[in-house]
Design a protein around this ligand. Structure first.
Ligand SMILES: Cc1cc2nc3c(=O)[nH]c(=O)nc-3n(C[C@H](O)[C@H](O)[C@H](O)COP(=O)(O)O)c2cc1C
Length: 188
């Protein structure tokens, strides 16, 4: 695999000033030169209905195509009630269906997340990692990027200025690119 690694970044928040969407934006600036990180926004995705899985909404058709075209996935998850926000889990569920046609299978994947609390989405990240088992994704174990006290790390203009956090994200992306090259492309 000599081509630039394409990473699809998905932040699990719809909020305008979302720290997780801002962290994904920062990650794009910190991506190694031999990789590209493109975001996919989750707005407009209806709640999963298995009656619709054979004929999913256009946004899900697009999501599955974008996942399949990517070499690797980066999830940037908030933590809601000690777990993964429904908006992210919902998108994961849609793109995993119908059975036998999951877009996620075989993809290298990394996780990071930002919360206003002190544990920096640790509990949500471990719940998300449990899903990777059945999704047959290949998670990068380390570094773990858990951005605690997020409100203190971004400026009022939404820039991630905390150098320690920027360094963690930079190292996560470097490790994801190396992991993806080691595994081979996750493209179907
Ligand atoms: C429904 C809900 C549940 C939350 N639960 C947690 C939680 O379990 N742990 C935590 O650290 N923060 C929790 N928070 C606070 C989030 O960390 C905070 O709202 C954060 O800004 C969400 O991410 P975002 O900025 O990307 O939207 C919760 C917020 C909401 C709205």
């Amino acid at each position: 695999m000599n081509h630039p690694i394409s990473i699809l970044g998905i932040a699990g928040s719809l909020r305008q000033g979302s720290y997780n969407r801002l962290a994904l934006k920062a990650a794009r600036q910190l991506t190694p030169q031999d990789a590209r990180l493109e975001p996919f926004e989750l707005d407009g995705i209806p709640g999963f209905n298995q009656d619709e899985e054979q004929n999913p909404p256009a946004k899900i058709v697009e999501l599955k195509a974008r996942v399949r075209a990517a070499d690797a996935i980066l999830f940037v998850t908030p933590e809601y009630n000690y777990s993964v926000p429904g908006v992210l889990k919902n998108a994961i569920d849609w793109a995993s269906r119908p059975y036998g046609d999951s877009a996620w299978s075989g993809k290298p994947v990394a996780v990071m997340g930002a919360s206003i609390g002190m544990t920096g989405t640790a509990r949500a990240q471990y719940h998300l990692r449990q899903c990777f088992v059945f999704l047959n994704m290949y998670p990068l174990n380390q570094p773990e990027v858990m951005i605690a006290n997020a409100a203190e790390r971004f400026t009022e203009h939404g820039e991630l200025t905390d150098e320690n956090t920027r360094d963690h994200i930079r190292r996560l992306l470097e490790a994801l690119v190396a992991w993806t090259r080691r595994l081979g492309s996750g493209k179907a």
